[in-house]
Write a protein that binds this ligand. Structure first.
Ligand SMILES: NC(=O)c1ccc[n+]([C@@H]2O[C@H](COP(=O)([O-])OP(=O)(O)OC[C@H]3O[C@@H](n4cnc5c(N)ncnc54)[C@H](OP(=O)(O)O)[C@@H]3O)[C@@H](O)[C@H]2O)c1
Length: 342
């Protein structure tokens, strides 16, 4: 049975959820892919743990100080990296060093944070192409909502003409609460923060940067575009007033913060801003923390997906979907479920 050694860099809510889900699915990996998947290293910013034989869940609460960094992960012997550190699109974030190191060494890499992909996406793609490593990023491209997978698998061969996405759960929750409960922006934000789904500093979400980051990742990694933040016009929801909400309600339309891309003369133009939808449009009914994407192609018309899922587990599951794509690709003849059960 082929052994796959996994390291997780970034061990907060998502990293830990990914570790636990991975360990709980080892039987599935053996059964479906004939793969012995071992978690050989985890680390946060200052501490970590490594064991070439494989870590078990009961050891993950006691990390050792000083075990961290790209060199630590490389020394662990891991052949697949899952990166789940903080996201910073202006600098690339701490994940950039881990991802560069893994791709340069030819290790398949699953990225969950958005920063490095927005900041250095082209370089990372080239590194992966150069070394033959697979670079997967469902967790960074709206996670539980399928986006790039839809383009790469379900719509394969079609030309994507337009994409609209409600890509940020926090802003969708806030606009929904303002529209349906009549809350002001500050009250809706307070409610979201109390519920644990808006950050103490929510500006990355409310000013549209998180949506813009996901849009860029979808454009550059899903559609082969080469856009940067300066190519996008980015508007958030922070200055939406109660009066504006009441006007939209009176007009019978629902506001959403939307990232959009359109193919114009062979290239993509994009932006983030508020769009309003009549109640008959499925986007008007994407409620609470749900997300959605509508992809228009030349020959398959409109495809719409709406997704949600309890975090951080849903993001962990998106990253492990990527892992299964890697296992399937790296093992030439995976055991078929139908053969197993007969
Ligand atoms: N939470 C969600 O629902 C969700 C959904 C989709 C995507 N994401 C993305 O997933 C990523 C992780 O989110 P999270 O909620 O798990 O964040 P988090 O709880 O703040 O965890 C971040 C982790 O990264 C670690 N870290 C910081 N600098 C590091 C370094 N130099 N080397 C190694 N580790 C480092 C931190 O270590 P310390 O503990 O030592 O500080 C912490 O363990 C973020 O990029 C986020 O945007 C999150």
């Amino acid at each position: 049975m082929r052994i796959f050694r996994i390291a997780i860099a970034g061990f907060g809510g998502v990293g830990r959820a990914t570790a636990n889900l991975l360990l709980s699915r080892r039987g599935r990996y053996r059964q479906v892919y004939g793969a012995d998947v071992r978690l050989v290293a985890v680390c946060g910013s200052r501490s970590g743990l490594a064991d070439a034989g494989g870590l078990e869940a009961d050891r993950l609460s006691a990390l050792t100080t000083g075990l961290s960094g790209a060199d630590f992960v490389e020394a662990s012997g891991a052949d697949i990296l899952i990166e789940a550190g903080p996201s910073d699109f202006r600098t690339g974030g701490p994940g950039l060093a881990y991802i560069r190191s893994a791709l340069s060494a030819g290790h398949d890499t699953i990225v969950i944070s958005k920063g490095a992909l927005v900041h250095s996406g082209k370089q990372l793609r080239e590194l992966a192409q150069g070394s033959g490593a697979m670079l997967k990023l469902s967790g960074a491209a709206a996670a539980a909502l399928p986006t790039i997978d839809l383009i790469e698998h379900s719509l394969k061969g079609c030309e994507v003409l337009e994409i609209e996405g409600i890509l940020n759960a926090t802003t969708n929750y806030l606009l929904d609460a303002m529209t349906t409960k009549g809350l002001g922006f500050d009250a809706a934000l307070h409610e979201a923060q109390q519920g644990g789904f808006a950050e103490a500093d929510p500006s990355n979400d409310t000013e549209g940067w998180d949506t813009a980051s996901k849009l860029l990742i979808i454009a550059n990694f899903g559609l082969g575009a080469d856009l940067t933040m300066v190519d996008l016009s980015v508007e958030g929801i922070q200055s939406v007033t109660g009066e504006r909400i009441r006007t939209w309600r009176a007009e019978g339309v629902v506001p959403k913060l939307v990232g959009s891309l359109a193919r114009v003369e062979g290239t993509f133009r994009g932006g983030v801003g508020i769009r309003t939808y009549p109640l008959t449009d499925p986007f008007a009914n994407v409620r609470g923390k749900n997300k959605a994407i509508r992809i228009t192609t030349d020959v398959m018309g409109e495809t719409l997906a709406i997704g949600s899922g309890a975090e951080p587990l849903a993001t962990a599951a998106a990253a492990l979907k990527d892992l299964e794509h890697i296992l399937a690709a790296r093992i030439t003849a995976p055991i078929q479920i139908s053969e197993r059960s007969s």
